[in-house]
Design a protein around this ligand. Structure first.
Ligand SMILES: Nc1nc2c(ncn2[C@@H]2O[C@H](COP(=O)(O)OP(=O)(O)O)[C@@H](O)[C@H]2O)c(=O)[nH]1
Ligand SMILES: [Mg+2]
Length: 379
């Protein structure tokens, strides 16, 4: 195989002297313990079982609704290990024919708006009516905090103990693309395990809302009332994605303001172009504490599902999402392959410097890097 350097005239960078781990003021002192961005709980679960789990056994367990098996399978799906990659793909493929029979609901809103409390309220309302509810999360910020938005399970005390509910925190130590793909696969496994409603919580960080929107049937934006300027500061894109805006904490003294905000949102939602689905997004109020209005939120979701199923938009949207995720997977795989290529890493660092210095145009540099990569792939 020919080396990348043969294709590009860049002089290779001087190798860094590996042995020169000089002590300097900047050098990290020994004894400082860094938190590892690996989900210890999951790593532990996998570590305890040196042997790879049996796909047939896991799939059988999932189809029987065995949560322990479901958890183990999701752990495999979330694993970054190469060994598990093939296994994960086999599990997902085996579950796929049994998946799809749920309502997938995305829930977004700024931290503190009451997402977890709302999920507890909606989730328990649903399980009381005999539904099986799974709660998943897409939280790119957990990469930084090493935690998870669902770490606050204290807000979901009833749901955590509910035999008809399953709560899975967001995989940590991952990019948004990684988290999103894994969550999408977890949805399939939960559906195969017989969950009727999948609630996916996310915070408005980066592109996480777009990612969750592209894997759900119904997208719900949670809001609280402020100083009467509720519409200010909301990203237009989020309003365009929302199938419902739910003003939470409509209790006590807040009730009146919440109802005013509802009117304001309903008016604003009418100004957006009609949806492909034909659905007119609505604003509602609720209190996740007193649970007033929670039933109406569910009625709205059911109404949407009924209308979208009747017009076949429901299936159409899911097919579109599948296509999107296929392309997204290709894009992310190609991008990560390109950037993690050892030869490219070195050339890229050189090119970045030269482009910065104006020695070469950005387009010419990009072209050279891509040519080098593609030539290396075909040789
Ligand atoms: N009064 C009132 N407080 C609420 C309501 N929903 C959530 N909260 C409170 O708001 C705070 C943040 O809630 P949490 O569910 O953790 O928000 P998240 O960060 O969006 O998940 C907590 O103190 C909750 O008790 C509600 O409907 N009414
Ligand atoms: Mg929360």
């Amino acid at each position: 195989m020919r080396c990348l350097h043969e294709f590009i005239k860049f002089t290779p960078m001087k190798p860094n002297g590996k042995s020169s781990r000089k002590q300097s003021a900047l050098h990290e002192q020994p004894g400082v313990e860094r938190e590892n961005p690996v989900n210890h709980e999951l790593a532990g679960q996998l570590g305890q079982r040196r042997q790879l789990p049996d796909v047939k056994m896991l799939v059988r367990g999932i189809l029987e609704g065995d949560r322990a098996m479901l958890s183990r399978a999701i752990t495999v799906v979330e694993s970054a290990s190469h060994q598990h990659f093939k296994l994960a793909s086999q599990i997902v493929s085996s579950c796929l024919p049994h998946a799809g029979h749920s309502v997938r609901i995305g829930i977004t809103g700024v931290p503190g708006v009451g997402k977890s409390t709302f999920i507890e309220a909606l989730g328990t309302t649903l399980t009381q009516s005999g539904k099986k509810v799974a709660v998943l999360a897409v939280d790119p910020s957990s990469t930084i905090s090493h935690g998870s938005i669902l770490g606050d399970k204290t807000r979901m005390q009833d749901l955590v103990r509910d035999p008809n509910a399953y709560i899975r925190p967001s995989p940590s130590g991952e990019t948004l693309g990684g988290v999103a793909r894994k969550t999408r696969e977890a949805i399939i496994l939960c559906e195969a395990a017989g969950f009727d409603v999948i609630l996916i919580e996310t915070v408005g960080v980066g592109q996480s809302e777009t990612a969750v929107h592209s894997m759900t049937d119904f997208f719900l934006l949670l809001k609280i009332t402020g100083a009467g300027d509720e519409l200010q500061g909301i990203k237009r894109g989020i309003m365009e994605m929302a199938d419902a805006v739910v003003i939470n904490k409509a209790d006590g003294e807040n009730q009146k303001r919440a109802s005013l905000a509802k009117t304001e949102f309903n008016r604003a939602l009418h100004f957006f172009p009609p949806r492909e689905s034909g659905w007119q997004p609505v604003a509602l109020t609720c209190s996740s504490v007193t649970r007033e209005g929670i039933g109406e939120v569910w009625d709205t979701i059911e109404k949407y599902v009924g209308e979208a199923s009747a017009s076949d938009y429901f299936n159409h949207k899911r097919s579109e999402q599948n296509r999107y995720w296929m392309l997204e997977t290709i894009n992310s795989r190609l991008t990560s392959d390109f950037y993690s290529h050892p030869g490219i890493k070195e050339l890229l660092s050189r090119a970045t410097h030269d482009v910065g210095q104006g020695k070469i145009s950005p387009f010419a540099a990009a072209q050279m890097l891509l040519d080098a990569y593609l030539k290396d792939q075909s040789s």
